[in-house]
Design a protein around this ligand. Structure first.
Ligand SMILES: Cc1cc2nc3c(=O)[nH]c(=O)nc-3n(C[C@H](O)[C@H](O)[C@H](O)COP(=O)(O)OP(=O)(O)OC[C@H]3O[C@@H](n4cnc5c(N)ncnc54)[C@H](O)[C@@H]3O)c2cc1C
Length: 410
């Protein structure tokens, strides 16, 4: 323990990955310094699905109890044809899912998850969170990493044994190391995410209630787009996210795109769904960027986690969940190999890569299946109609039933 306590962890970025990493490292006895460029941690994005593989970790870290009062446990994931509004499949969640996967499936506002993580961080004296502090440069020595942190126009060097880059899809740590260590830039995926939040009592909310299940995650499938909708804020609003092809727009998390792109993609959609899209506006468009990174660690003491390492399309709803898994497993492995950081980082990366790649494949498969047309869509609907709900749930056991100790035992 003495050795662990003397090893300083420095984290760049206090998003979902960085806050979870801070808690996970502190839990294993490490002192943590966490730097966030934003002055205030504001809620970006809107709703988030949190599957049991993530909520199990949040429970262990003392975050879940803080989140539960704000979150909703959807009863199922329901797939519907966007043209006929016919139900194609239903994967049971709720109590059945919790029993099956050992932790709840939740939908929540991203702000609520962030607030729950922050509250847990605030209770730990071994975590120093500094906001308004941007990591601008990294210097690597054989056994030590020094981050230059800029705050209020002043640059300070902060040394640590391990620098965790949890600074998101636009990671400046990754960019800074691009030339020396061959780290990759992110890429526009060619997809846009359109988001809107509609209060339940408005015309848009009532229109959704006519065609979607208000206590479920409903996904409408169509060759030109798919739309995911679920309740947030204790059911007082619905979070809508539609996905279409599109042009690259503003860099960053959000921007404005021509709503005609969404309307064109929704051609031949059921009238009530088209009405919902019209009433729900204005939509905010997010360009989806991904990161395909050959390496996530440097043996001298750098680990990229979450979107900084492997930002993915949201078609498996697993980006935040993978960030949470990354954070927890990294802290465990670094603690488990106290005398050999190089080995701990190699083992961590080798364990995480196959899991993340499998999730990426699942996302790509979902994208293909949900946007299928013609005979492929007919075959998809047939498969979904004949596969019992129990089997559809079992198909997700590898994803939602994953536990940290499964990784550690291998
Ligand atoms: C439309 C959409 C829907 C999604 N839905 C889901 C879902 O349902 N379920 C799910 O699991 N995932 C979902 N995701 C993915 C999920 O939102 C991301 O994967 C997750 O937020 C990544 O977290 P992160 O902490 O790695 O990065 P971020 O949340 O981007 O956090 C990075 C943090 O680092 C800070 N930062 C950046 N640079 C610096 C620096 N140089 N110094 C200091 N701080 C810095 C930033 O300000 C930010 O606070 C979705 C994504 C999209 C686009």
């Amino acid at each position: 323990m003495t050795e662990t306590r003397s090893r300083q962890i420095v984290i760049a970025g206090a998003g979902i990955a960085g806050l979870t990493a801070a808690l996970a490292f502190a839990e294993r006895g490490f002192p943590v310094r966490l730097f966030e460029q934003a002055r205030q941690l504001e809620a970006t994005g809107a709703g988030l699905q949190l599957s049991p593989n993530a909520t199990r970790i949040l429970r262990r870290l003392g975050v879940l109890d803080r989140l539960l009062p704000e979150a909703i446990r959807p009863q199922a994931v329901v797939l519907k044809d966007a043209r006929s509004l016919r139900e194609l499949a239903r994967v049971p969640l709720g109590e059945a899912g919790e029993k099956r996967w050992g932790a709840p499936y939740l939908v929540a506002h991203r702000a609520d998850l962030q607030a729950a993580l922050m509250a847990a961080v605030a209770e730990r004296p071994d975590i120093e969170l500094v906001t308004g502090a941007r990591v601008t440069n990294i210097a690597i020595e054989p056994q030590r990493v020094t981050a230059t942190v800029e705050s209020d126009g002043t640059a300070t060097d902060v040394g640590g044994d391990l620098l965790v880059a949890a600074d998101g899809v636009w990671s400046s740590v990754r960019a800074g190391l691009a030339r020396t260590a061959g780290f990759a830039a992110n890429r526009f995926s060619g997809e846009l995410a359109w988001r809107a939040t509609v209060p339940a009592e408005t015309a848009a909310g009532q229109t959704f209630a006519q065609i979607g299940a208000t206590d479920c995650v409903t996904t409408f499938l169509h060759p030109g787009f798919h739309m995911v909708a679920y309740p947030v804020s204790k059911g007082s609003s619905f979070n809508l996210a539609a996905f279409t092809k599109g042009e690259r727009i503003a860099e960053g998390w959000s921007g404005h795109a021509d709503p005609a792109i969404l309307s064109a993609a929704m051609r031949s959609t059921a009238a009530t769904l088209a009405k919902l899209a019209a009433l729900a506006g204005p939509w905010t468009a997010f360009p989806i960027h991904t990161v395909a990174q050959r390496r996530w660690t440097m043996p001298e003491g750098i680990a990229l986690i979450g979107d900084a390492a492997h930002a993915m399309t949201p078609f498996a709803a697993q980006g935040a969940a993978m960030a949470i898994e990354d954070a927890a497993t990294l802290a465990n492995l670094v603690a488990d190999f106290p005398g050999d950081q190089r080995q701990s980082l190699t083992v961590w990366e080798n364990l995480r890569r196959p899991r993340v790649e499998k999730v990426l494949k699942r996302g790509a498969l979902n994208r293909l299946a949900w946007h299928a047309k013609g005979p492929v869509a007919v075959a998809r609907n047939l498969v979904l109609a004949t596969r019992p709900a129990e089997k559809l749930a079992a198909d997700l056991d590898w994803l939602y039933g994953w536990e940290e100790r499964t990784v550690m035992r291998r």
